[in-house]
Design a protein around this ligand. Structure first.
Ligand code: SAM
Ligand code: SF4
Length: 335
């Protein structure tokens, strides 16, 4: 049981309420996407990773203090052994009404196996990362992936009633040509599609600036072929949506590099090792794992300390317009 009966909400130094926790359940993954990690990725020793019980305990404290949305991410969350038991524990907060939403971001390779378990545990929405429908290019981008497994996962998930959104990282090259197919594929199946600008997180061995495709440029190209009607829908998140008149489906743009959206940020991120990051685009974090030994009051002190220091905005783009990288890989913290 959390220690204070009348908890005060979590508000940062700029008056932004923190109501959304992204929880990375593992840094490990069964794929090696080129924009995310190098081929020979060195994962963290397992002894540094929080137990599922510790994750549930920390998440429970956040919920008690007003967090109403949790997204599990990674690495690949579904490769963590026993992850469904964590999802079931968090699902109880959905049943009690304390949590409005429990969702997941996954590469989809294990979705067919887990779709039933996810919906039974209280998950209603899943984001699936899929950058291409070309099997050879999918293998190239992910280095290890099998497109058919993801397509089976999508089908299985939709059959259970899970609502799916697709995420695609934009990169210069074949992506521009394949995007129309991806739009048709998603919208025919009733899925939104969100495009994400590549961020310079961690050394992946690739030239970030050469691959970078600003979404304002892509959007200009799309407007030559599709009618994009702005949608006033706000998910409280960074995506800005349009509706494509020809398909009736929605297309989102996440533009951390070309158009900063930090003023609306309502989230913090917990790494699999228990580090709480107030901002994905900064290195600053505090160690909740160390605080766990001091009890819930100590953990809450560390959480409030971190949130009070949440920066006004990320600084992944320098004054010159060049991208400024961070040493931490995306898989350490989740997208
Ligand atoms: N493994 C899961 C997946 O791929 O969906 C969850 C973790 S992954 C790090 C979360 C999201 O981050 C994915 O949509 C992925 O495409 C995106 N991503 C990874 N590296 C990125 C980068 N450098 N810039 C922008 N998005 C990135
Ligand atoms: Fe794995 Fe997701 Fe990173 Fe791809 S983007 S390597 S699936 S963690």
């Amino acid at each position: 049981m959390p220690f204070d009966a009348s908890p005060t909400p979590l508000i940062d130094g700029f008056g932004r309420p923190v109501t959304y926790l992204r929880l990375s359940v593992t840094d490990r993954c069964d794929l090696r996407c080129r924009y995310c990690m190098p081929e020979r990725m060195k994962f963290l020793p397992k002894k540094h990773i929080l137990s599922l019980e510790e994750m549930a305990r920390i998440a429970g404290l956040f919920i008690h203090h007003g967090v109403c949305k949790i997204r599990l991410t990674g690495g690949e969350p579904l490769v963590r052994e026993g992850v469904i038991s964590l999802i079931e524990a968090l699902g109880q907060h959905v049943d009690s009404g304390a949590l409005d939403e429990l969702c997941l971001t996954t590469n989809g390779t294990l979705l067919a196996r887990h779709a039933e378990g996810l919906i039974a545990a209280g998950v209603r929405r899943v984001n699936v990362s899929l950058d291409t429908l070309d099997a050879a290019r999918y293998r190239h981008v992910t280095r290890l992936g099998d497109l058919d497994r993801v397509l089976e996962g999508l089908e299985a998930a939709q059959a259970t009633g899970l609502k799916i959104k697709l995420n695609a990282v934009a990169s210069r090259g074949a992506f521009e040509e394949e995007l129309d197919d991806l739009i048709r594929f998603a919208h025919r199946r009733g899925m939104d599609l969100t495009l994400i600008e590549e961020m310079p997180l961690g050394d992946t061995g690739r030239d970030r600036d050469a691959n970078f495709l600003p979404l304002w440029q892509l959007r200009r190209e799309l407007e030559k072929r599709w009618t994009l009607d702005p949608v006033p829908l706000s998910t409280g998140g960074p995506a800005r949506f349009v509706q494509i008149r020809e398909t009736g489906g929605r297309l989102g743009f996440i533009t951390p590099m070309s158009c900063n959206f930090c003023a609306l940020c309502n989230r913090v991120r917990l790494s699999a090792t228990g580090k709480l990051y107030p901002c994905m685009g900064h290195e600053g974090a505090s160690d909740l794992r160390a605080a766990l030994a001091g009890g819930d009051a100590e953990v809450m002190r560390a959480i409030r300390h971190t949130i009070a220091r949440k920066p006004e905005r990320h600084d992944m783009v320098g004054n010159s317009g060049q991208s400024q990288g961070l040493a931490r890989h995306m898989s350490e913290l989740g997208g």
